[in-house]
Design a protein around this ligand. Structure first.
Ligand code: ASP
Length: 317
């Protein structure tokens, strides 16, 4: 059963297939085209060991849009709060006959641990600082809607890079697809080692001066400082002035440049209100719609075999 755990090492063709499926799903995600029934009769488990708004709700919505059923398990109200491990929890849930497990956890590599412990497909919904592969699909799908292709485009990703699973996954994907990435932030939050992520024709550079990093970009992705991962100590009081996306900064950008943010935003720190809500440049809410479309594509990919078997069983019956 195909798990979906990382973007690192994912072949370009596979990435493009998922992106194309995502783009076809957008009109369903918007409620403009009819839902599908590919997950009819299937139950998906959302195991969210870390908080989430967009990822959890969009996985739920994606399952509904595909005709399946979904339940959520979070630490409060479950035996996780009594100390049950990630893998034990997942194994028990699998025995309830779920078709796939979507997992978010604070442990880097936790999604792989779950995948090694169960037989059903596992989808990584963000594991610690490691990866957030479905976020990369939705980010690039949003950019493709804008530019057709990301090849040859330059994207600046700004903020707490070191703690960001979003930055890691999307940098892998952009580089595979031939886009250039500038990772920008204070030296305490950006590691040169990210330059080694380069896995395709796109170049990855680390930088610490935001104004020069914004020169010639096509898109800017802002990231919040991950205070829950102890990044706060690395942030000085002039953070907004040095690394915040302000109206003054976006006024200097070319008219076609768009702004992304995976959310949650810390308004007034990494992004000002007038930038987040800029009607011409902000694609932040559009990303959320692409999030549903991307998760539909990933669920269908992961469950492909199951879905076909289920349909076959129904015909046999
Ligand atoms: N929502 C994203 C994540 O789960 C980004 C963030 O939390 O800052 O990684």
């Amino acid at each position: 059963m195909p798990d979906f755990l990382t973007i690192a090492g994912m072949p370009r063709q596979e990435l493009l297939r998922l992106l194309s499926a995502t783009q076809k799903n957008v009109s369903i995600a918007e409620g403009r085209s009819p839902n599908r029934t590919t997950l009819n009769g299937q139950v998906i488990a959302n195991l969210f060991f870390e908080d989430s708004t967009r990822t959890r709700c969009s996985f739920e919505t994606a399952v509904h849009r595909l005709g399946g059923q979904v339940f959520n398990l979070t630490p409060s109200g479950s035996s996780i709060s009594k100390g049950e491990s990630l893998v034990d929890t997942a194994r028990n849930i699998e025995c309830m006959g779920v078709a796939a497990i979507v997992v978010r956890c604070a442990v880097s590599g936790g999604a792989k641990m779950v995948a090694d412990g169960v037989k059903c497909p596992v989808i990584n919904a963000g594991d610690g600082r490691h990866e957030h592969p479905t976020q990369a699909i939705l980010d690039i799908s949003t950019l493709m809607e804008e530019f057709g292709s990301v090849e040859g485009r330059t994207v600046a990703i700004v903020g707490d890079i070191i703690n960001s699973r979003v930055a890691r996954s999307v940098t892998h994907a952009l580089s595979t697809l031939g886009a250039h990435v500038r990772l920008v932030g204070p030296p305490t939050l950006v590691s040169k080692s990210f330059e080694r992520i380069t896995q395709g024709p796109g170049m990855v550079l680390t930088m610490s001066d935001l104004d020069s990093a914004l020169d010639g970009v096509d898109a800017v992705m802002m990231l919040r400082v991950q205070f829950e991962r102890a990044a706060g100590g690395a942030v000085s009081s002039d953070y907004r002035q040095m690394f915040g996306l302000t109206p003054q900064r976006i006024a200097k950008l070319a008219p076609h440049v768009v702004i992304l943010h995976p959310g949650p935003m810390n308004r007034g720190i990494e992004i000002d209100d007038r930038v987040a809500d800029d009607p011409l440049r902000s694609r932040i809410l559009r990303q959320v719609t692409h999030g549903v479309a991307a998760r539909m594509a990933v669920l269908e990919m992961a469950l492909g075999a199951n879905v076909i078997t289920a349909a076959h069983n129904r015909i046999e019956a």
